[in-house]
Write a protein that binds this ligand. Structure first.
Ligand SMILES: [Zn+2]
Ligand SMILES: [Zn+2]
Length: 225
């Protein structure tokens, strides 16, 4: 089960940038690291006793990597740990980190599209990155993660859900879906409108969906309807 640090869209600072984590004893798996995330990690004391830190990055928009540099610096200089970054496009993330002064010895990078990990506290987990449709300027990924024997789909920022994922939801393989959604509905939208989500997902599977990356155009109550 994922815990959320924030569930807002880029400009919805009240809800914080969308980011989630799993912490087991001293080891932390973090999903995305937008501009508001470092501050929240401090507030929530999530660096307390930290040994292993893994960070999954879905794409390089600022609301997903804005404080990644600070988190790596903090881990490296203060905690004396090198976080492991999971991102499928090696050169892109290396170039980004280099440009903000984060050098290669401060982190480990795993850019395979399928990853199997075995962590002393988090146990065995696997990540499968899936390209998603978001913007034309940079690549974006969702992923399927198997953790604690359960399978989750996390969309990242996406304006669609692939048929492959829908089939895996309908077959029962995927236990829960965390999907980027937005209240606004217009042609060329970079996020998935609630109208489109409802047209893609049959009614009996909607209870598997958790809406994330919320904008200010719908309240949580409206989304539930
Ligand atoms: Zn975003
Ligand atoms: Zn984005």
């Amino acid at each position: 089960m994922l815990n959320f640090i924030g569930i807002g869209s880029a400009f919805n600072t009240e809800l914080g940038n969308t980011s989630a984590f799993v912490k087991n004893n001293n080891n932390l798996l973090l999903i995305d690291c937008g501009g508001t995330v470092f501050h929240r990690l401090q507030e929530l004391d999530l660096f307390e006793g930290l040994e292993n830190l893994y960070i999954i990055i879905t794409h390089t928009h600022p609301d997903h990597v804005g404080s990644l540099g600070e988190v790596i610096f903090y881990a490296y200089y203060i905690l004396k740990r090198r976080p492991t970054i999971f991102f499928a496009k090696k050169e892109l993330i290396e170039g980004f980190l280099t440009s903000i002064g984060v050098s290669a010895e401060m982190y480990k990078l795993n850019s395979f599209e399928r990853i199997d990990m075995n962590d002393t506290q988090l146990g065995e987990y696997s990540i499968e990155f899936l390209p998603v449709s978001h913007v034309d300027t940079i690549p974006a990924y969702g992923f399927i993660i198997k953790l604690d024997g359960k399978v989750f789909y996390y969309s990242g920022d996406a304006n669609d859900i692939s048929n492959k994922v829908i089939n895996r939801i309908m077959s029962g393989e995927i236990y829960r879906v965390y999907q980027d959604t937005c209240g606004l509905d217009y042609e060329g939208n970079n996020h998935l409108s609630l109208r489109k989500l409802c047209s893609i997902v049959p009614l009996q599977f909607r209870n598997k969906f958790y809406c994330i990356h919320l904008d200010k155009y719908r309240t949580e109550k409206e989304i539930r309807h």
